[in-house]
Design a protein around this ligand. Structure first.
Ligand SMILES: NC(=O)c1ccc[n+]([C@@H]2O[C@H](COP(=O)([O-])OP(=O)(O)OC[C@H]3O[C@@H](n4cnc5c(N)ncnc54)[C@H](O)[C@@H]3O)[C@@H](O)[C@H]2O)c1
Ligand SMILES: [Zn+2]
Ligand SMILES: [Zn+2]
Length: 396
């Protein structure tokens, strides 16, 4: 099918392989799925790459409550191969990175322009904007299914409305952000989550001034992106902390000036941090999502220092801090969702920095896998192995 005819017809329904979570806490299964044609305001993306983010593991392990069955994945990129009625952008043939948050446009956060904080994003209903689903299986046809409420037996949700762990996905056009030609699709996928989250936490949430001292605790895709962001911000000292020595080496490759191998005692890590940074780093980024390292990030702050919480814990967990020194020392704690992303502005910008070498995203990718290796990738991530594993979709 030529791009022109696809554009005119809006594409056809098809069969794709995808990673489905039948219920949170159970293994992902790779199955054949029917994918509906894109409806009004939607596009079909032939997936080229999907990163495996720790947020996928939180969902897989039942640490976050999510509706099921659901096609997994939220860090992806691919080529638009069909568009639904009324779609002006993106166009058929364009490389796009997918945003896991399409703002509702009307809530309090959206009205203030803080779209990254939108709590009412239709993406979090894991359906298309009109409330319907696009994936189904078994009997019942390949049409679009489900009203906004009940899910029929053969219908499957799409994680954050983008479901990147499938050979193709139908997504809201607003979630598919064109990326400059020549960008490696795997890097484009990472721009969809970890790069935008980490770089944005430094440049947009914290607005780290040049010359600051920075520490990053936890060096997966998110933490290493914080390190890369700190380099761009012109930080004078970047202290990278992880319990896995191999991660420290990658952190140095992407710009960390110092590293600390964390042991079991956070107090010792805090002490080492203070020693390296004249009493504590101006900014500490927590990029793991553990209550004890959140407490460490706050405890390590000097007067006027800022802890930026990027990692996400299992739901319901709490951290504690001593109130008097936080107030008395004018210290700050910031939460940072999606690196304060405005995807249509930030994705192309981060892609341009990837192309000109300022963001060495390729250094983060140390394992390319097939969709069938997903459970193995999750097991490796639990052990702290690999910085970023990326699913390559074989369309041969
Ligand atoms: N705020 C957001 O919008 C946002 C977006 C994406 C991901 N996240 C969250 O960010 C966190 C990190 O994601 P990721 O994909 O980079 O994870 P990851 O598993 O790839 O990396 C975590 C790193 O932390 C290290 N680590 C674990 N326990 C440690 C400890 N006690 N001390 C020191 N290091 C330790 C691991 O060795 C690993 O290198 C997750 O909680 C994820 O859900 C948040
Ligand atoms: Zn993610
Ligand atoms: Zn909103």
């Amino acid at each position: 099918m030529t791009p022109t005819s696809a554009q005119a017809e809006g594409g056809r329904a098809g069969i794709v392989r995808g990673a489905v979570l039948e219920s949170v806490g159970s293994p992902a299964v790779i199955v054949e799925l029917r994918l509906a044609a894109p409806g009004p305001g939607e596009v079909r993306v032939r997936m080229l790459a999907s990163g495996v983010c720790h947020s996928d593991l939180h969902v897989r392990d039942g640490e976050w409550d999510r509706p099921t069955p659901i096609v997994m994945g939220h860090e992806g990129a691919g080529i638009v191969d069909a568009v639904g009625p009324g779609v002006g952008s993106p166009r058929v043939g364009q490389l796009v990175a997918l945003s896991w948050l399409v703002p509702c446009g009307v809530c309090r956060a959206c009205r203030r322009g803080q779209v990254w904080a939108c709590p009412d994003s239709p993406s979090f209903r894991h359906r298309m904007l009109d409330g319907r689903t696009v994936f189904s299986r078994g009997a019942g046809g390949a049409g679009r299914g489900g009203s906004a409420g009940r899910l029929a037996a053969n219908q499957i949700l799409s994680y954050c409305a983008i479901a990147t762990m499938a050979g193709a996905s139908v997504v809201p056009a607003a979630a598919a952000i064109p990326i400059p030609d020549g960008t490696d699709p795997a890097a484009a996928a990472l721009i969809g989550c970890c790069v935008t989250t980490g770089v944005g936490a430094v440049l947009k949430t914290a607005q780290v001034p040049a010359g600051s001292s920075v520490s990053v605790i936890g060096l997966g895709g998110v933490g290493l992106s914080c390190v890369m962001g700190a380099v761009i911000a012109g930080a004078s000292r970047i202290v990278a902390v992880d319990r896995v020595p191999a991660k420290l080496a990658v952190a140095r490759e992407v710009g960390a000036t110092d590293t600390i191998e964390a042991g079991d005692d956070p107090a010792r890590t805090a002490e080492a941090l203070r020693d390296l940074t004249d009493g504590g780093p101006d900014f500490v980024f927590e990029a793991i999502g553990r209550t004890d390292t959140v407490e460490l990030a706050i405890a390590a702050l000097p007067l006027g220092g800022t802890a930026v919480l990027v990692g996400m814990t299992p739901l319901g967990q709490r951290s504690a801090f001593e109130v008097y020194p936080l107030v008395d020392g004018s210290r700050r704690i910031l939460g940072s969702n999606y690196g304060f992303a405005e995807p249509a502005i930030d994705f192309p910008r981060y892609a341009a920095w990837t192309l000109d070498g300022r963001l060495p995203v390729d250094r983060l990718i140390d394992r390319r896998i097939g969709l069938d290796d997903l459970e193995d990738a999750f097991a490796a991530m639990r052990r702290g192995e690999y910085t970023r594993q990326v699913i390559d979709f074989d369309h041969g």
